[in-house]
Design a protein around this ligand. Structure first.
Ligand SMILES: NC(=O)c1ccc[n+]([C@@H]2O[C@H](COP(=O)([O-])OP(=O)(O)OC[C@H]3O[C@@H](n4cnc5c(N)ncnc54)[C@H](OP(=O)(O)O)[C@@H]3O)[C@@H](O)[C@H]2O)c1
Length: 275
C-alpha cells in the first residue's frame, strides 16, 4: 500500500510521514519543497504524484507563513480529488480545522469537505484545534517575536484546548490504516488554556513567549498588516481569533482518546520536551 502525504514539509505532514515510516508504510511525501513535487497551483505536477497511490492524507494550505494569499487553492484541491478518484485512489483522510462543519460551503476548506463527502471515495475528516507548535513554528511564534515575547491578540480572556501535532499525526495514521470511513473527528488537547496561562507556562521554558495582552480586532489587523501579512491571511486569522474570543475553541473533546485509547499530550509535557 502506498500513502500520499500532502503538505509533507509542514507541521502536521512531517509528523504523519515519520509515523507512517515507523509503521513501515510506503510513503509518498509531497509538497513544493518535498522530494516529490506537488504544487496546488500547478496541475501539471498532480498526475505523477498520484501514480500507484492507494490512500491520501490531504491538507489544504492555510497560509501560515502569512505573506502570500492561498485563496483559490480549495478549488484546486477539489479538482485534485476528482483526479485521485479517477486514478484509483480508494481512501482520503482530510484535515481541516475545528468547527469547519459549521462554515458555509463558500469557505474553501468546507467546500473540500463537502466535495469529499459526496464523492465515491472512502473518507475520514479530522478537525483539529490550534496546535501547541504554533508557539514554536507558526503564526503565534511570529507574533511573539515581533513584540519582544508579548502575544497581542484579539482573543479577550477566552481559552483554547490546544493540541500537539504529534497526536494529530497519530490519529491520522490510525484512520489511514484502520476502518474509519464516514467518521468526523474533532481533535483537541486534554486541557483548555487561556493565553494568559499559556504565557505564564512559557516563561519558564525556551518558548519565547513572556506575556499576553488582549487587543481589539482593528488594532490586531493594523499591527499584522504592518508586519507585511497578506490581507487575505489577516482576514482568515482575524476570523479565527473571533471564533476563539467567542469561546468556540474551548471545549475539550474525547475523540483523540477514543481513537488512540490514550490521553492526548499535555501542554506541560510539550514545554518540558522543548527544554
Ligand atoms: N496552525 C494551527 O493551529 C491549525 C489548527 C487547525 C487546523 N489547521 C490547518 O492546518 C493546515 C496547515 O497544516 P500545517 O500547519 O501542518 O502546515 P504548515 O506548517 O502551515 O505548512 C504548510 C504546508 O502546505 C504546503 N503548501 C503550501 N502551499 C502549497 C502549494 N501551493 N502546493 C503544495 N503544497 C503547499 C507547504 O509545503 P511547501 O512549502 O513545501 O510547498 C507545507 O507543507 C491548514 O489547513 C490549516 O487550516 C491549522
Amino acid at each position: 500500500m502506498t500513502v500520499l502525504v500532502t503538505a509533507a514539509s509542514g507541521k502536521v505532514g512531517r509528523e504523519v510521514r515519520a509515523q507512517l515510516d515507523a509503521r513501515d508504510v510506503d510513503v509518498r511525501a509531497a509538497s513544493r519543497r518535498s522530494a516529490i513535487s506537488l504544487d496546488w497551483s500547478d496541475p501539471a505536477t498532480w498526475p505523477a504524484v498520484l501514480e500507484g497511490v492507494d490512500r491520501v492524507f490531504l491538507i489544504v494550505p492555510g497560509g501560515d507563513d502569512g505573506h502570500r494569499s492561498v485563496t483559490g487553492l480549495g478549488s484546486a484541491v477539489v479538482e485534485f480529488l476528482d483526479l485521485a478518484q479517477h486514478r484509483g485512489v480508494g481512501r482520503v483522510v482530510l484535515m481541516t480545522a475545528l468547527g469547519m462543519e459549521y462554515a458555509p460551503a463558500e469557505v474553501e476548506q468546507r467546500g473540500v469537505e463537502l466535495h469529499l463527502q459526496r464523492s465515491g471515495l472512502e473518507w475520514t475528516i479530522l478537525r483539529p484545534n490550534w496546535f501547541f507548535q504554533n508557539l514554536t513554528d507558526g503564526p503565534l511564534r511570529a507574533l511573539a517575536d515581533a513584540h519582544d515575547g508579548v502575544l497581542r491578540l484579539p482573543t479577550g480572556d477566552a481559552a483554547v484546548s490546544f493540541i500537539d501535532t504529534r497526536d494529530i499525526a497519530a490519529v491520522t495514521v490510525e484512520v489511514l490504516l484502520g476502518d474509519h470511513h464516514g467518521r468526523e473527528y474533532a481533535l483537541t488537547g486534554p486541557h483548555s488554556l487561556t493565553f494568559t496561562e499559556v504565557a505564564a507556562a512559557c516563561r519558564d521554558s525556551p518558548v519565547p513567549v513572556e506575556a499576553y495582552e488582549p487587543i481589539s480586532d482593528p488594532d490586531f489587523r493594523s499591527t499584522v498588516l504592518g508586519l507585511g501579512w497578506h490581507p487575505d491571511y489577516v482576514n482568515t486569522v482575524s476570523g479565527l481569533f473571533a471564533t476563539i474570543a467567542a469561546g468556540h475553541a474551548e471545549p475539550v473533546l474525547p475523540d483523540i482518546a477514543d481513537v488512540l485509547c490514550r490521553a492526548p499530550r499535555s501542554f506541560a509535557g510539550f514545554l518540558a520536551e522543548t527544554r
